[in-house]
Design a binder for this molecule. Structure first.
Ligand SMILES: Nc1ncnc2c1ncn2[C@@H]1O[C@H](COP(=O)(O)OP(=O)(O)OP(=O)(O)O)[C@@H](O)[C@H]1O
Ligand SMILES: O=P(O)(O)OC[C@H]1O[C@H](OP(=O)(O)OP(=O)(O)O)[C@H](O)[C@@H]1O
Ligand SMILES: O=C(O)c1cccnc1
Length: 487
């Protein structure tokens, strides 16, 4: 094992191969050539019809802090990196330009979420952290949106911290959940950091600590105005709910009896019975909160059974993205400056046509039909193109090109915004409630066919003719070059 150093920077939050490539570029003096990379994912997470982009705020914070500390450099020296290379890294800062979707934007497979344009070595060194952040936060925001879709107008609370994949995931996951439509979190630190409303009841431990359930509820009521009693420690209907009602009656106006929480058993049956008991006791406004391994599937099922649940506490299955642990977003080069100072488009070829990258500097537009107010699809065009000037826009599937349509009377809304310009932050990070509203408004652009959680329709993400022609010409050129070199 190597020596251990103080963790005082984020610059080494990268893979070793990025530093290795950086050294190659630096030694060959090509490290400052302008390069362009794009972040995108290839498959819709959870089989959902849309994803919700999240992670930009943390990417911004990371890039603002990006610098190698003395201990970083000492560590890299020990790892055998060239001293002059390390001297170069010592003063390295992010000086690039980033165009990105805003957090809360709807995102789809195959389209660039972010575009990073910077000296080659910088593009490379920041790849790992950017993917780390965007992959996780976009995944959780999307999972939260699926769950919130089922919860509808009831309250959705994020309860996952104890089961999250470590502390960072818990707080940034709570924030992503809010972007996806959640109303609050149990994580107090996330509340402090992001201004998320915090909510909380109590655990079985408190009932066990007093042994007597009635006594425990009374103690809670004695110290808290807002009371939610957890009623399933011993027997929900015979003990828990009656004790909650008894304490609520005894304390009267001295407390605000918010309701009860169910955390085990048949949540449909118990919630209906508890609702009857609370109503009969004169507490029709007391809420029923449910938790216990909930996700969009159990919630749909519970609603179908007529469960009387007002507030849903969702932990493990949200914060760990239970059914799909990774989004799989990648970071691919689309252009690089050549030895003559001109930008040249680049491509990565694959035997799978869906995996061939799309070369060149591009923009992404959402094509919105002015008559219906709904999105027709997303349209990826080359930088210089102006789709909004077209009378009749041809949209076709980028792989199965015979699937096509013409759109008229549309708005072409650009999805990327400039975040950094030559290293300077030019974007004002919006407050979280604005991002949450933005995500909810965006969902209004989608037909219901794209929003159902089971087998949604595939939303079109198309290339412009010029973009497609450019891609085909580059594929042909690469093939010809290979043939020529083979002789
Ligand atoms: N009426 C229902 N329909 C469908 N799923 C339900 C219903 N009630 C509860 N569930 C879900 O079924 C699962 C039940 O979990 P489990 O079998 O561990 O029982 P439990 O009630 O948690 O038992 P324990 O007393 O050990 O906590 C949970 O995911 C819960 O959300
Ligand atoms: O089920 P989740 O979706 O992950 O939601 C969070 C869970 O965390 C708590 O359980 P835990 O057993 O850890 O503690 P408690 O029941 O004693 O509070 C809570 O009661 C929920 O069941
Ligand atoms: O407040 C609660 O009820 C809560 C918080 C975290 C996890 N489970 C429950």
């Amino acid at each position: 094992m190597n020596q251990v150093y103080r963790d005082d920077s984020v610059a080494l939050h990268t893979d070793r191969y990025q530093l290795n490539m950086g050294e190659v570029y630096w030694a060959d003096n090509v490290h400052n050539r302008r390069a362009v990379f794009e972040v995108f994912f290839r498959k819709m997470p959870f089989g959902n019809g849309y994803a919700i982009f999240a992670g930009l705020e943390r990417v911004v914070r990371y890039l603002q802090q990006f610098r190698f500390s003395d201990t970083d450099l000492a560590y890299l020296e020990e790892e055998g990196y060239n001293e002059d290379y390390l001297d170069f890294l010592r003063t390295l800062r992010f000086t690039g330009t980033i165009r990105s979707m805003r957090e809360g934007e709807l995102a789809f497979a195959g389209e660039p979420l972010m575009r990073i344009e910077a000296p080659l070595i910088q593009c490379q060194l920041i790849e790992t952290a950017i993917l780390n952040i965007v992959n996780y936060q976009t995944l959780i925001a999307t999972k939260a949106s699926r769950i919130k879709h089922m919860i509808g107008s009831d309250t959705a609370l994020e309860f996952g911290t104890r089961r999250a994949q470590e502390m960072d995931a818990a707080v940034w996951g709570a924030r992503a959940a809010v972007i996806g439509g959640f109303d609050g979190t149990a994580n107090v630190r996330a509340g402090k950091m992001f201004g998320i409303p915090i909510a909380g009841t109590h655990a079985h431990a408190m009932v066990q600590a007093y042994r007597d359930e009635y006594e425990a509820f009374r103690k809670y009521a004695g110290t808290h105005k807002n009371c939610v009693f957890l009623v399933d420690t011993y027997d929900t209907l015979r003990s828990g709910v009656p004790n909650a009602i008894r304490v609520a009656r005894e304390f009267g106006d001295r407390i605000n009896f918010v309701g009860i929480r169910l955390d085990s058993g048949d949540l449909a049956y118990l919630s209906k019975k508890a609702r009857e008991m609370l109503d009969e006791a004169g507490f029709p406004n007391a809420k029923i909160i449910a938790s216990n391994d909930l996700d969009e599937h159990t919630i749909l099922n519970l609603k179908a059974q007529g469960a009387k649940i007002d507030v849903w506490g969702i932990g493990t299955r949200l914060i760990t993205a239970w059914d799909q642990p990774a989004l799989g977003a990648v970071y691919k080069m689309v252009a690089i400056e050549d030895e003559n100072g001109r930008m040249a488009d680049t491509i990565k070829i694959s035997s799978n046509p869906e995996k061939i990258t799309t070369p060149g500097l591009k923009k992404v537009y959402r094509i919105i039909n002015r008559r219906s107010g709904k999105a027709e699809g997303d349209y990826i065009a080359l930088e210089h193109e102006k789709p909004q000037d077209e009378e009749r826009l041809k949209m076709f599937h980028p792989v199965h090109t015979h699937i096509m349509k013409f759109v008229t009377n549309f708005e072409a809304r650009e999805l990327h915004h400039t975040i950094f310009e030559d290293g300077k932050l030019v974007y004002e990070l919006p407050p979280l409630d604005e991002i949450r509203r933005f995500a909810a408004d965006n969902l209004e652009l989608l037909w219901d066919e794209y929003k159902r959680t089971l087998n949604p329709a595939e939303y079109p993400v198309d290339l412009s003719q010029a973009c497609w022609d450019n891609k085909m010409a580059i594929i042909r050129k690469v093939r010809e070059d290979i043939e020529q070199k083979r002789g």
